[in-house]
Design a protein around this ligand. Sequence first.
Ligand code: FE2
Ligand code: FE2
Length: 290
Amino acid sequence: MNLAISTDFTLDAVFESMASLPVFPKIVHEALKVLDDPKKKISDVSEIIKYDQGLVGNILKLTNSALFGLTQQVSDLDTALALLGQRRIREVLITSAALPYLSRTLSGYQMSPQDLWLHSVGCAIISEAVSEKVAPNLSSELYTAAILHDIGKIVLDIYLGPRLIEVLEHARIKEHDFSMAEWEIIGTDHAIAGSTILKNWDFPPDIYRAVRNHHDPDLYIQEKLSTMLALSNLIAVQLGLGVGADGFRYRINPEILKKLELSTENYLELIDEAVKKIDAAQDVFKLILE
Ligand SMILES: [Fe+2]
Ligand SMILES: [Fe+2]
């Protein structure tokens, strides 16, 4: 992925530059639409994506990972889609398409490509445990929001990389979380940047709003999907999944558990489930090393 590096570090330049990010593959949006259309068949999904070799390669790697739990290894797209089922196809498509964006070094955040991938996929996997416990009907939207929730870090890192060192130092001295320090030093945060990107990429409003809200307690408490995303992210951070410099200062806000009607006991069960899912997904985390 090549991006023109700007020497203009003003916020306007940063937001304008988002339009020059390579767009999320349109064929994935098309495939997802076909997937949701009861009049269409799985073979129609395959017809749309089969010519994108990079995407198909990633789909097969993911399909064969332990995460998706198939009992046989598959080597062709049609068999993979036939075996996965609708919900899993959606997750595999989004994750495969996100992989090229998420396997980057973010120097300003002190994150390696493995860190960003581990954190994003980790959050998406945890989100499955959250939606199973809280609202199974939101699982698809939550998974998509979770895998892409920190995509704004990519743009801020490219355009504001040197200033993120100041953010880091500020967060350390003031003992503020990284998102708050982003506001204090650069006047925006990666959640706003991420939601702007997802809007440009034609994701639905509930998804880019959840990304916008994921660090803002006043906002994420308003909508269930946002609250669920905030919780998934906080659990990923607390489990130490690829957090780089942006970790260990975020705490679970008791309002989240109240809003999601989770007792302490429910919450501990949820953590248990999340850890099991993460353990089962180790081969997915290694995907970008191959
Ligand atoms: Fe974040
Ligand atoms: Fe995050």
